[in-house]
Write a protein that binds this ligand. Structure first.
Ligand code: NAD
Length: 473
């Protein structure tokens, strides 16, 4: 060996290390893909989760700026797809309406927080310094609903990837084609942005069986379940940490001090959004008798159709609630379809929402209907209204709204309601950041208490202590 070949400058050494490191960061992903032939959409649950675990390990080595670049790419590159996503969601699930789904998808893209959500905190003093930082969990198993299929995939992708995780998605089988298309698209743009393959994955045949396999897989670190009570309960029994975003039955309380015109407009707008599919949408109105007629009259002005003739009321209720349960066939359907099913005439100008007065304990008041049929119950006064609104909410810790100009009543209800979201004098969707302050989420963790989720919800909070020094006070 000559002297020349055995010496190496510090610049050359640095260049060599950099090139080895960069190969280590990108090559395994590429070779793994070439070997398995699977990218994003796998034949079986185990292969998908193993690929996601490998992707997570690579992602964890990359700087935060890669996470930000991925989120920017998702926001920018999916923006042109929202109309297609909305149209296909309505077509595949048979629920909701295209215009509102466009708004919801845009909201998820634009207002879901990214890496900036992970704020480091520090304590310093004579004995040194402590850092508290948000670290990823690993591979998150994200179970998504049929009601907001693409909104939830977009929202959870941004939150969970900003937090540094990989994701195995379990979409609802009723929205599988669209979900697979979207997951594949997000995976491809992640790969293009930072060279890591399979950071988001799923299987070619999403099914209840495959969801159950995923929940039991040892490489799934955390479950994030956005769905009804059955699947949230199942996940909570899995033994894994579960972020459970379950069902709600959001009451809307209107007292005699409310600005009735605005209240009526807000309620019609919130309850009719995407045919009442959002879990946060007003599901029952409780109104003080003194202003009930005025509220109903104003709601009619804003596009609600009042069903009031007793036989028609019975027919509507019989169509919506069958054997004490919500008729799933009408979930998310247009008001015209619901009228038709109930054998009722639909006016030439289709209504946005059907409204019907019911007794306080009517099944429509107490069940989460997820359809544009809004029950309204009269109460004698505010105290009676509060008691009924609490009963309607049912301790689900989800969402409630209230219209009133009485600040102490607003405070009292907000405090007693214990919901994850409470909206004062606005439509329910203000609580997920639409037309109002605050970030967006489509995963509102209700029974498990994380509330409106964002990147930091999907993190482990870690503490790092330095003894002595680093206090500059
Ligand atoms: P759903 O419970 O039927 O399905 C939700 C998810 O769970 C789907 O991915 C489905 O495939 C899976 N699932 C359901 N039963 C299963 C089983 N037995 N085994 C394995 N997987 C199973 O709910 P949905 O109709 O799609 O969505 C509507 C429900 O979700 C409503 O109750 C709504 O309130 C709730 N939701 C809650 C939030 C929230 O943030 N809290 C958001 C959206 C929807």
């Amino acid at each position: 060996m000559s002297d020349q070949s055995s010496t190496i400058s510090s610049e050359q050494l640095e260049g060599l290390i950099r090139s080895i490191l960069s190969e280590k960061l990108t090559a395994p992903a590429q070779s793994q893909t070439a070997a398995s032939g699977d990218v994003a959409i796998f034949a079986d649950v185990d292969s998908a989760i193993r690929a996601a675990r490998q992707a997570y390990l690579q992602y964890h080595q990359l700087p935060l700026k890669c996470r930000s670049a991925i989120i920017t790419a998702i926001r920018e590159q999916l923006a042109d797809d929202v109309t297609q996503l909305a149209e296909q969601a309505v077509e595949e699930t048979g629920m909701g309406n295209v215009g509102d789904k466009i708004l919801k998808n845009r909201l998820a893209l634009e207002k879901t927080p990214g890496v900036e959500d992970l704020k480091t905190t520090a304590l310093t003093g004579d004995d040194g310094m402590v850092l508290f930082e948000y670290s990823p969990f690993g591979v998150i198993g994200s179970i998504t609903p049929s009601t907001n299929p693409t909104e939830t995939i977009i929202n959870n992708s941004i939150s969970m990837l900003a937090a540094g995780n990989a994701i195995y998605f379990s979409p609802h089988p009723g929205a599988k084609n669209l979900s697979i298309w979207l997951i594949e698209k997000i995976e491809a743009l992640i790969y293009k942005t930072c060279g890591v393959r399979n950071l988001v994955v799923t299987v070619a045949e999403p099914s209840f069986d495959n969801t159950q396999k995923m929940m039991a897989h040892p490489d799934i670190a955390v479950l994030a379940v956005t769905g009804g009570p059955a699947i949230v309960t199942m996940a909570l029994k899995s033994g894994k940490k579960t972020i459970g975003a379950g069902a709600g039955n959001p009451p809307c309380l209107v007292d005699e001090t409310a600005e009735i015109v605005k209240a009526a407009q807000d309620i019609v707008s919130g309850a009719s959004l995407d045919n009442n599919l959002p879990c946060i949408a007003e599901k029952a109105v409780v109104v003080v008798d003194a202003v009930a007629d005025q509220l109903i009259a104003q709601m009619r002005e804003y596009g609600a159709l009042l069903i009031s003739e007793p036989q028609q009321v019975s027919a509507l209720k019989a169509a919506c609630v069958v054997d004490g349960k919500i008729n799933r066939k009408l979930i998310g359907k247009d008001p015209q379809v619901i009228l038709q099913t109930a054998g009722l005439h639909c006016p030439a100008k289709a209504p946005k929402l059907l409204i019907v007065e019911t007794p306080a304990d009517d099944p429509l008041m107490m069940l989460e209907q997820l359809m544009p049929v809004l029950p309204i119950a009269r109460v004698a006064d505010f105290e009676q209204g509060l008691a009924l609104a609490l009963k309607v909410e049912g301790g689900l810790h989800h969402t409630a709204t209230m219209h009133s100009q009485n600040v102490s009543r607003l405070n009292k209800v907000a405090q007693l309601m214990q919901t994850s979201i409470f909206v004062k004098n606005g439509p329910s969707y203000a609580g997920i950041g639409y037309g109002a302050e605050g970030f967006n989420t489509f995963t509102i963790a209700t029974p498990t208490g994380e509330g409106t989720t964002s990147a930091k919800t999907f993190c482990r909070l870690r503490r790092c202590t330095l003894t002595n020094g680093f206090s500059i006070r």
